[in-house]
Write a protein that binds this ligand. Sequence first.
Ligand SMILES: [Zn+2]
Length: 372
Amino acid sequence: MNTITSSKVPVVELPSGEVLSLKVIDIVGKKKGPMCYLQASVHGAEHQGNAVIYQLLKYLEKNEIAGSIRLVPMANPIALNNKIGTYTHGRFNSNTGDNWNRLYHDFTKDNDQVLEFAKKYLGYDELDIDKQYKLLLSKLIEDKKNENSNYGIDRNGHVNILLQELAHNADYVLDLHTGPVATRYLYVPEYLEEKCADLQFPHNLIIPNNFAGAMDEASFMPWINLQRAFKELGRDYDIAFEAYTVELGSEERISLEEAQLDLRHILHYLFLRGIVTEEDNPITTTIKKCKLKDYKTYYAPRGALYEYMVQPGQAVKKGEVLAVALNFENHFKEEEIKIELRANQDCIVINHYPSSSVPSGAELFQVMESIY
Ligand SMILES: [Zn+2]
C-alpha cells in the first residue's frame, strides 16, 4: 500500500509565542511515477479545497498509486485564522493589503542561470532535462530564501516562498481556490489549453503564459522560461509540467458531498497522468472555454442593496436582468428607488459579489463571453 507521512513547516511565530505551520501530507506509491502537488486555502476564506483534500486522502488510504502526491491543506494559516466578526478576512494580507495570491516569486525571469542551463543540457532528452531543472529550481528558491536572512525574513510573501519550495519537485500543481459566490471553473495557461480537458471542468478561462504573481503562474513560468531559452538555442522543448488554479464554488463553506464530485474530477486527471492506477466511474462534462480578455467583470454601476437574479453557472442572454438594486437616495431625486442591471452580451455567470450591500465600482459579477 501507499506510504503516508506527515510533517510541519513553520510559517510564523506569533507575538504570544505560538507558531503557525503548514501541514504537509506526503503519499508515496510503491511504483514509480510522477508527482502531483495540491494545496488549498491560500485565500483563507476559500475552504472547499480542504474538503476535497480530505476525500482524496481517504481515497489514498485504500487505493495504491504510482508516483507520489503531496497535500497541503490550510496552506495559509495566517489568512485562515483572520476573523472579523463571522467573516474570514482571507484574501488580503491584513497588514499590507496585498492579495495573498499575487505574492509568489518568479526566480527564472531574465535569469542567466536558465540560459546557462539550456546551453548545458541542449542535447539531453526531456526526462533528464526535467530532473536536472528541478535541482536548479531548488537552488534558486534556496538562494531567494537566503537573500534577506542576515536582516531577518519579511513576513509578507514568506508563506508563498515556502509553498513554492514544497511544490518545486512536482510535475503537476493544482492550487485549490473558490470564488466569492461562484460556480466551478479553471484558470488554464495557453500552453495547456488542449490538456485542460483532462480535468473535465465545465468552465475554463484561458490565461496568457505570463507571470502576475499567482501560484499557478509561479509554478509554470520556470518551464515557459526554460522553453524560451531552448528556443533561442534552436531547440523545440515540450513542457510536460502542468499547473492550474482550480476554483471550487463559493467561499466560507465546505460540502463533503460536493467534495466527492470534485474528487472525481481530480482522480480522473490523476488517472490520465498515470498516478491513480484504476478508475471506476470516469466523469464527463461539456467543456466551455473563453479567453481571459473575454472574462468580463461587471463593476457595480451604483452603490445599493443588490438582489442577484442569476446564479453562477447560468447562461444569460443579452438584455436579461442580472440584478435588481435598491437605492433610497433616488427617492430624493424623484427617481425610482429600484434599479435594474442587464447583461451587455450573452454570457455565462461565473461568480458574484458575496454580499447584497455593494458600493459603486465593486466587482459585482464576473462572466464568460465569446464562449467556444
Ligand atoms: Zn482564491
